[in-house]
Ligand binder design. Structure first.
Ligand SMILES: Cc1cc2nc3c(=O)[nH]c(=O)nc-3n(C[C@H](O)[C@H](O)[C@H](O)COP(=O)(O)OP(=O)(O)OC[C@H]3O[C@@H](n4cnc5c(N)ncnc54)[C@H](O)[C@@H]3O)c2cc1C
Length: 424
């Protein structure tokens, strides 16, 4: 009997899972299915070096195609997984092919949330998720004119610093501070000050109610029938002129395949502590997975490279142990057995619990976060030096749960080690 792991999604998580399966001794087949036209690549440089032109598409490659071939990883590039048929243990592909699986890893990522206000269908509205998106944005920025960013999160702030080199830039944030869900007021204020120095006009409590059409398109219309955006209307009635809009108001998990196959979804593909769905042959990792986070003390999705790679390595280890020729799960088990909670029994691994960490580069400011803070957690500034160096501890019930640093890599690394040693 052939033993195949099918990985759906060839991004950071999917690619890492494929490579890690081999590293952990998986001798069966590995199918890596990705619907993008490019070989698996890193997304972080898209809003940084790739946008500014210091990194090329080649620099973004996660692994050369020849290396995948050498590892016996079958890549299905530009192919969509259209159905996960759990009753037949088969994944049906847009290429017309079907692949039978021993285990499936869902690594389908997330997609930019859409705006639903009037005018959202106009041309000249960009998101920043893929190489194709950034190629289009780069070409459009070169036409000059004002760029309006909707959403004051990491992504838009990274892109805004670069866009400010091409023309006036405004960032519209609905909340009372940028990065409100994820950062302390002190760190957010430090970054806001930096952006102001770079000519980025950040407006908080700015609620977008409509996008209006331009009489003429700066970059030529996306299609001859679609007029371009010319302005952004706010709830107070004011209009911010725009030659283009960059939209980053969060991302939605790509959990449609899991949902259609009858698996539990809701804010992501729901998995247990071992990143397994209710079906013991189906796992979910990376941006698309909603898992019980030891560090946050709640179920959540995390969108970061660390989360994608660490979950991929963890799941590769679990699958290699469970489904190898001598593993315990060679045959399907009863539903009751499958529903059993993690008990620490020999075939049940310790739950996933890597220390979360994240970085964001905005111009020459490098923000790093170790741990996970929630809105409402306390903040204590430990260091605030001229020139931008900042260290802020986040506390919950008096315990340090996260450390935010700007241009302070040493304290960041120490915080990661300390959080790991707490042994949550
Ligand atoms: C512009 C940008 C900058 C970022 N910067 C940072 C940063 O500085 N630091 C950081 O920690 N994180 C950053 N992130 C987040 C980080 O890149 C993501 O969390 C990470 O890429 C998630 O990996 P993933 O594999 O889960 O998802 P993805 O990388 O999105 O990969 C999922 C892939 O699956 C494909 N797919 C979906 N459904 C199907 C299907 N049915 N069939 C076939 N293929 C399918 C998708 O098209 C996609 O290619 C950034 C993200 C972006 C977009």
């Amino acid at each position: 009997m052939t033993r195949d792991v099918v990985i759906i999604g060839a991004g950071q998580a999917g690619l890492t899972a494929a490579v890690s399966l081999r590293e952990r001794g998986w001798t069966g087949g590995i199918h890596l299915i990705g619907d993008e036209a490019h070989d698996p690549y890193q997304r972080p440089p898209l809003s940084k070096g790739y946008l500014s032109g210091t990194e090329s598409a080649l620099d973004l490659l996660l692994r050369a195609p020849e290396a995948l071939e050498r590892d016996g990883i079958t890549q299905h590039r530009g192919v969509r997984a259209e159905e996960l048929d759990r009753s037949e243990s088969v994944v049906r592909l847009s290429s017309g092919r079907s692949v039978t699986y021993t285990a499936v890893i869902l690594a389908t990522g997330s997609a930019p949330r859409r705006l639903t206000v009037p005018g959202s269908e106009l041309g000249g509205i960009h998101s920043v998720r893929t190489i194709v998106d950034v190629d289009a944005l780069r070409a459009d920025l070169a036409h000059g004119g004002p760029t309006v960013f909707i959403g004051g999160g990491f992504l838009n702030l990274e892109v805004a610093v670069e866009a400010a080199k091409f023309g006036p830039v405004t960032v519209l944030e609905r909340g009372s501070q940028i990065l409100g869900r994820v950062l302390s007021p002190a760190a957010a204020a430090a970054l806001a000050g930096y952006h102001a120095e770079k000519g980025v006009d950040i407006r908080c409590e700015a609620r977008v109610v409509a996008l209006t059409a331009a009489s003429q398109c700066a970059a030529g219309p996306d299609s001859p029938h679609v007029p371009c955006v010319g302005g952004v209307t706010l709830a107070d009635g004011s209009i911010v002129p725009a030659a283009r809009v960059v939209l980053a108001i969060g991302a939605e998990p790509r959990d449609e395949l899991a949902r259609a196959s009858g698996l539990e979804t809701g804010g992501g593909v729901v998995v247990r502590g071992d990143l397994r769905t209710a079906d013991e042959r189906v796992y979910a990792i990376g941006d698309c997975a909603r898992f019980p986070s030891t560090y946050a003390g709640t179920e959540m999705r995390v969108e970061s490279v660390q989360n994608a790679t660490d979950q991929a390595r963890y799941v590769a280890g679990v699958i290699a142990a469970r489904f190898s020729e001598t593993g315990p799960f060679t045959e399907p088990r009863s539903e009751a057995q499958q529903r059993a909670p993690l008990t620490g029994a020999s075939d049940v691994p310790a739950p996933y619990r890597e220390v979360p960490w994240f970085w964001s580069t905005q111009g020459d400011r490098r923000l790093q976060i170790a741990g996970i803070a929630m809105p409402g957690d306390d903040a204590r500034v430990l260091l605030d030096e001229p020139g931008g160096k900042l260290v802020v501890e986040r506390l919950r019930a008096g315990e340090v749960v996260a450390v935010e640093t700007i241009n302070a890599p040493g304290p960041h690394m120490r915080a990661r080690r300390a959080l790991a040693s707490y042994g949550l």
